[in-house]
Design a protein around this ligand. Structure first.
Ligand code: AFP
Length: 283
């Protein structure tokens, strides 16, 4: 696993350089979810694919930017599902973005996730790595290389509320729930970038990030294998919770297609329990 994390550290530097120097225009292609691809999306995907091609323990890659599974090394052990540049539409307005990695062993389902990592490209490059049974570890660049800063745990109750999705397409009880959190004094913290938005809640003691099913996206927008499950793992390992709109742990998801999405709620215990009550979830 160490070679995988070292490779993620190496691609973090390359992608950060690409963000700062590359053309911000659109390519003439779409990704598997039918979204227009920025040249930077494609470039970041190529950087990651090339880097892992020489890592013997990596059997396959699944990218948000490509259809299907790419076999790299027949004798490999892990499949890495990744979003090379999540939130890339924010780069041209100079907001933070990120790369997300889910490391799976065997069938691609949540219970087979053995580790997850993400990189935040912001005023600093930051890396978070979570492995089974360990709280997520935050690393920052000091002296030109990643140095571990400390493990991250979330409080029982936070102060931040990151409500995703188009509000006019929320169901009534979700809107009431979100408004009630603001009435309790929660502060709005939502940039439209999943990685910095979830990173902020973890580092600032907790709160709630929600991307519900909506009338235009009943199954949510965020992809299970390379966005939802890696962060669900992080949040649970940090002492929080991660569930869908039925109260099911996101760590029990079994995608039927590599690009399946899911409604998702990540947060501290207080906020998730409040959401279960608002959604009439009994467990
Ligand atoms: P882009 O990659 O198209 O910028 O979308 C980013 C994202 O997938 C995720 O990072 C955000 O949490 C979410 O979309 C924001 O979606 P809304 O703009 O619908 O809230």
């Amino acid at each position: 696993m160490t070679t995988i994390f070292d490779t993620i550290k190496a691609v973090a530097f390359e992608i950060d350089t690409a963000i700062k120097t590359s053309d911000l225009g659109y390519s003439d292609s779409e990704n598997s979810s039918g979204e227009d691809q920025l040249k930077l999306d494609v470039q970041s995907d190529i950087i990651i694919e090339k880097a892992f091609a020489s890592v013997a323990v990596v059997k396959n890659l699944v990218s948000e930017e490509k259809e299907g599974v790419l076999e790299l090394n027949e004798g490999g052990k892990y499949t890495i599902c990744y979003d090379p540049l999540d939130g890339s539409s924010l780069v041209d307005v100079n907001l933070s973005v990120g790369s997300i990695f889910g490391i799976y062993e065997g069938e691609l389902k949540a219970e087979n996730l053995v580790a997850s990592a993400y990189v935040v490209y912001g005023p600093r490059i930051e890396l978070m790595i979570a492995t089974k049974g360990e709280a997520p570890m935050l690393s920052r660049i000091i002296g030109g290389e990643f140095k571990e800063i400390g493990s991250v745990t979330m409080g029982e109750k936070g102060k931040l509320n990151a409500p995703g999705g188009t509000q006019q397409n929320w169901c009534d009880y979700h809107k009431t729930f979100i408004d009630d959190l603001f009435a309790e004094g929660y502060r709005l913290r939502y940039s439209g970038g999943m990685v910095p938005d979830l990173h902020q809640i973890m580092l600032k003691g907790g709160g709630l990030f929600s991307y519900p099913g909506t009338s235009d996206k009943p199954h949510g927008k965020l992809r299970q294998l390379f966005e939802v499950i890696p962060f669900a793992f992080m949040y649970e390992q940090a002492g929080g919770q991660a569930i869908n709109n039925k109260g099911m742990r996101l760590m029990e998801l079994v995608p039927s297609h590599p690009h399946d999405t899911s409604p998702c709620f990540f947060g501290s215990n207080y906020e998730i329990e409040a959401l279960k009550k608002a959604y009439g979830i009994k467990n």
